[in-house]
Design a protein around this ligand. Sequence first.
Ligand code: PLP
Length: 400
Amino acid sequence: MGYNQKMFGLGSRRSIIREIFEYSKTRAKEIGAENVFDFSLGNPSVPAPAIVNDSIRELLDTQDSVLLHGYTSAQGDLGVRTAIAEHIKARFDVPITPNHIYMTCGAAASLSICLKALIEPEHGDECIVFAPFFTEYRVFIENAGGKLVVSMPEESSFAIDIADFEAKINEKTKAIILNSPNNPSGVVYSEETVKAVCEVLRRKSAEFGNPIYLIADEPYRELVYSDVQVPYLMNHYANTLVCYSYSKALSLPGERIGYIAVCPEMEDAANIYLAVCGAGRSLGYVCAPSLFQQVIAKCVDATVDIEIYRENRDLLYNNLTAYGYHCIKPDGAFYLFVKAPEPDAYAFYEKAKAHELLVVPCDDFGTPGYVRIAYCVDKARVLGALPAFKTLAQEYGFGQ
Ligand code: PLP
């Protein structure tokens, strides 16, 4: 067969989330969209802040059209990178410059570039991820020629199990990916956890004589509900690369815009940045969408209004817990992580589906026995779904 079988496999096997989403569309045609309670996809339901559309209009009205829609530098427009660097410097007190910022088509591209820049397949490099983890990490790591290694969490809280993490590190560990707030658990890793992770990284880097890089995957940084702080990892560990995205922070997932920030205090920061540029080039991820780079420069301090997510979170968490489900209370992102009432999350998924409730079994996230409810939906869908969740709980014999 004259084509790449691995790529064929990736293209022909849809992710479970996409599978459910497609089912949801078919089902909506059969029984009406209002009767399908689809909680599968992490597509923001809150509109982008007004400043985004105002900036687009202003740019279209005032800028030279050829320049506005033209190529920028491969790593992104200097003015845009300067605006982002200034924002990071002011907010997190990191001496970052535009020459540490690389503009990308969102966090997926940021992650793929960072992994490609760091991983040396001929050395058998490994990358540790913390379960539950975003399923695409496996694709990105393997595509960069690395091996994915999973560190299992403390099951009661889904915090990082530091002993398990330490046991997973060896001389081949090149990087770890930390995603906080977490998809799918909604957990925000505490400062104490972050400090413990960084202490292990420092000790193990010294022991093996090679830096272990920390890739911070931060598309959900701005979506935090309580007064918990999301530690900025560059403040804790110099060998950090931040993968940021405006997909959720500004509700712009379809516009494909984000960036990589290389910590200026990293050993060899200038060369790592060049490796990032090289990886971007090799993957064809150069010159992120030009119009949206300019929009971001005008909106660096803006974020979406998260009140709707907060209301949905509270409605779901409070009611599902009252019905008897075991849920992890999310401090961030827009996902509720629920223990399936039977060991097989797929069996639970099927039973929920019979009530038109579409939730995602989390086996591929490294945590069998759990499902994810994406509550970035209209409040009406949450309210409509609650009686079905209650009936389902009663079927399992633990409803009120
Ligand atoms: N990382 C995590 C944890 C995500 O949940 C997502 C998207 O849902 C991404 C990365 C990719 O985000 P983007 O749309 O910015 O590529």
